[in-house]
Design a binder for this molecule. Structure first.
Ligand code: NI
Length: 255
């Protein structure tokens, strides 16, 4: 079954029908979902959702754009939440230079701290990186990310950099962008990266694939992404679903 490695069902976009939507996942072929934290509040909500649904897991972490909220005191809460059995990763963490705030130094400081946390608790990281290719790569290399493990989620750079991350032992998260008409760069990434290093993801409620581009996204759209990957790689749809599920279970250490 499909393994959805990155969604945000705690988002208010799902307030009207969250439980109804989650209740049809299994019958729609979605076997497992990781709900990813992006702030202290959404980490807490992700864990609550994971406690309620056996097929749903959580990631605990603070997105670079939210790092101004962190301090030594509340960082301890994050550490404590990471001990929860349903928490399978630290994320999403990283660098986002698209926006001017928080300052780059603040983002880098908490990126490093959350990488250390992942190492300490022996869980993989989910990396968010936007307009920050060099600093993200350098910090992951300095911190021996090959020993921590993880995924560059919603990968947005070129095929060469994707392969450098694969060499580092990391996975490449592929979402709706690969289906876009202007998604040529992403198609080159999928061509280059071995299928054993690709994970399926949506980043719901954002980034819906074609033919639903612009609408609210949900994991029910993953078949459009898997189908596009199958076409690019010359594999069957079922092979893409099976191999990416094995990849995700290996990375998140889920039996
Ligand atoms: Ni996300």
């Amino acid at each position: 079954m499909i393994f959805e490695t990155h969604a945000h069902y705690d988002d208010e976009a799902f307030d009207p029908d969250r439980e109804e939507l989650l209740s049809v996942m299994s019958e729609s072929g979605i076997g497992t979902i990781v709900n990813v934290g992006a702030s202290l509040k959404s980490t807490e909500s992700s864990i609550k959702l994971a406690d309620k649904h056996t097929f749903l897991y959580a990631a605990a972490g603070v997105h670079p754009s939210e790092t101004a909220e962190l301090n030594e005191e509340n960082f301890k809460w994050l550490e404590a939440w990471c001990q929860n059995k349903k928490v399978v990763a630290v994320g999403e963490i990283g660098l986002d230079y698209y926006w001017d705030t928080p300052e780059h130094e603040i983002q880098k400081f908490w990126f490093r701290r959350q990488l250390e946390l992942a190492r300490k608790i022996d869980k993989p990281v989910i990396i968010h990186s936007r307009d920050a290719a060099k600093d993200t790569f350098d910090i992951l290399a300095e911190n021996n990310a090959d020993e921590i493990g993880g995924v560059i989620h919603c990968f947005s750079y070129g095929a060469d950099l994707a392969m450098r991350y694969v060499d580092m032992g990391l996975y490449i998260g592929v979402g709706g962008v690969v289906t876009f008409k202007n998604g040529r760069k992403m198609k080159e990434v999928v061509e280059a990266v071995p299928i054993e290093k690709i994970l399926l993801e949506t980043d719901s409620p954002y980034l819906a694939p074609e033919p639903n581009r612009g609408k609210r996204n949900s994991s029910l759209n993953i078949p459009f992404i898997a189908q596009k990957i199958a076409e690019i790689k010359g594999l069957t749809y079922d092979e893409v679903v099976r191999i990416t599920e094995e990849n995700a279970k290996r990375m998140y250490k889920i039996q």
